[in-house]
Ligand binder design. Structure first.
Ligand SMILES: [Ca+2]
Ligand SMILES: [Ca+2]
Ligand SMILES: [Ca+2]
Length: 326
């Protein structure tokens, strides 16, 4: 399958480059995204943990569906009854500001198994690409697009989009992309929704792009890039077809979207032909330009920026008050 081979080729290329400095690798991969980003990033799981755990982890997230078009698939999330959030590169991979396929060819389908699901939605009124995706010539920082539906999507609770900083949290990633386990490369699409945990260890600027990132720690602890080298019970990473899928974090009121999957690369997998060590890169909702893009396209952010500022101020006053008491 050409799709699978392309994943392997790109991954091998990444591994060959992995002895060079890490930032060079990132730059190289980001350059490659012009051609490869739709297939760079499905959920790859621990080889020593039953796959059923990852299906169960994904079960609550009916708002996450598969976005398909004529030539490939990605992942997307229902964020209001009429709005779907996905990656810009899923709809404009050549970064010319024009949809790569005709609007009628894009479909959103959700369910635990979208190869058998009937909840198809193809009546898209519009797809708006983040303008910064174009002006930045495809920076990971701005890899977002908003789909507006012609009619409200019923029966599924949309997910909220949060502007809070998720760094340090155990996040959840959900997708329909290529699947596999850490000992091999992810391959094959089976229409099944999987989710995995990963610690969100990095939120910041790297190679000129502000993003959130996670690393796929192996059970052996030998593929660490960020934070702890100890793999979580349901540690996992993303693969081709997961692009546009959400990074989720819980700030106390259930899981919200904090990032949109852009790409992945492997700085530590050299020599072991392994998905372990894979770093996933997410366009972050923390970015104010992304927030402006989302609100301009009818997506409510929680807490709303102004409200959040006020709350932060109150919290600071309370902290000050507590300190004074001491
Ligand atoms: Ca295009
Ligand atoms: Ca990790
Ligand atoms: Ca780690």
């Amino acid at each position: 399958m050409e799709f699978t081979l392309f994943i392997i080729n790109i991954t091998m290329k990444i591994n060959l480059l992995s002895t060079i400095g890490r930032k060079v690798i990132i730059a190289t991969i980001l350059t490659s995204l012009f051609l490869s980003s739709t297939i760079l990033n499905a959920i790859s799981i621990r080889h020593d943990v039953a796959e059923s755990n990852y299906f169960n982890l994904a079960a609550p997230y009916d708002a996450v569906g598969r976005l398909s078009w004529s030539t490939a698939i990605g992942t997307a999330t229902l964020v209001s009854p009429t709005k779907i959030l996905t990656a810009a590169h899923n709809v404009d991979n050549d970064i010319d500001g024009v949809l790569d396929d005709t609007l009628a060819n894009y479909q959103f389908l959700t369910g635990t198994d979208v190869d058998t699901a009937t909840n198809t939605l193809s009546s898209f009124a519009s797809i708006v690409i983040n303008p910064n995706w174009i002006t930045s010539t495809g920076s990971a920082q701005y890899d977002m697009a908003v789909i507006t539906l012609s009619t409200p999507f019923g029966g599924i609770t949309p997910m909220s989009v949060s502007i809070q900083n998720p760094v340090g949290q155990v996040g959840i990633t959900v997708g329909y992309g290529g699947n596999g386990n850490g000992q091999t490369f992810a391959d094959g699409l089976d229409g099944l929704r999987r989710a995995a945990n990963n610690q969100i260890d990095f939120v910041g600027t790297e190679s000129g792009a502000f993003t959130a990132q996670t690393d796929f720690d192996s059970p052996a602890g030998d593929t660490n890039t960020y934070g702890s080298s100890v793999a979580l019970a349901f540690e996992g990473t993303t693969a081709g077809g997961d692009s546009g899928g959400p990074l989720l974090a819980d700030f106390g009121s259930g899981y919200s979207i904090v990032g949109v999957l852009n790409a992945g690369f492997n700085p530590t997998g050299s020599g072991n032909a392994s998905e372990y060590g894979d770093v996933s890169i997410w366009a972050s909702i923390l970015d104010s330009d992304n927030q402006n893009f989302l609100t301009a396209n009818g997506i409510t952010l929680v807490p709303e920026p102004a409200t959040y500022a006020i709350i932060s101020g109150i919290v600071m006053l309370l902290i000050t008050a507590v300190r004074r008491r001491r």
